[in-house]
Design a protein around this ligand. Structure first.
Ligand SMILES: [Zn+2]
Length: 182
């Protein structure tokens, strides 16, 4: 079994927060932001990943090797198999091996955040067909509920807000039309 490298759907958290990050043009972080957005747009538009995007992702993985393998031991206490024995001296400590990965850089570093985002997006895409959309009210990226047939909004709050604004615009137009007639 290959270990999971990233937190599930971590890319959504990061991609919706990109506007608050300040990165210099030409920096690796800037390139990573663009890669993440390119990949997300590709998924949103249900386009196949093209060769140049694939190449760019693999070049990034070569340039920044963010993840290393790690093996840990978890001691677990196994109760004595002797029936009715409550004697702790008969209990056995066994070792359970945990094989996993870890990021080299700290969780608050942008390059690490972007790397984990790209990986989490790829891992989600690998597992299942991913439906990724952007809210037409607030511009946030979101994964719609499977039951929702047509979704344009990330939340009911955004849907209500959008309809409220739309209603007011329609009202204003009506007032305008009326004065025109007069
Ligand atoms: Zn929204």
């Amino acid at each position: 079994m290959s270990p999971t490298l990233s937190r599930e759907n971590y890319f959504l958290t990061v991609i919706n927060d990109l506007k608050n990050h300040h990165v210099e043009k030409g920096s690796m972080e800037h390139d990573m932001q663009e890669l993440l957005l390119d990949l997300a747009e590709t998924v949103k538009n249900k386009n196949p990943i093209n060769q140049s995007l694939l190449l760019a992702i693999n070049m990034l993985f070569e340039r920044y090797q963010a993840v290393r393998l790690k093996v840990s031991i978890i001691p677990t206490l196994v109760k004595s198999p002797i029936y009715g024995s409550n004697d702790e001296r008969n209990d056995e400590v066994q070792q359970q091996i945990l094989f996993h990965t870890e990021f080299i850089d700290a969780a608050d570093q942008l390059k690490r955040m972007y790397m984990e985002s790209i990986i989490s997006l790829l891992e989600t895409m690998e597992k299942k067909g991913l439906d990724l959309q952007k809210c037409i009210q607030c511009d946030s990226w979101f994964i719609p509920y499977q039951r929702a047939q047509i979704t344009k909004f990330c939340s009911s709050k955004c849907r209500n807000r959008y309809n409220y604004v739309l209603r007011n615009i329609t009202k204003e137009e009506k007032v305008y039309d009326y004065s025109e007639i007069r």
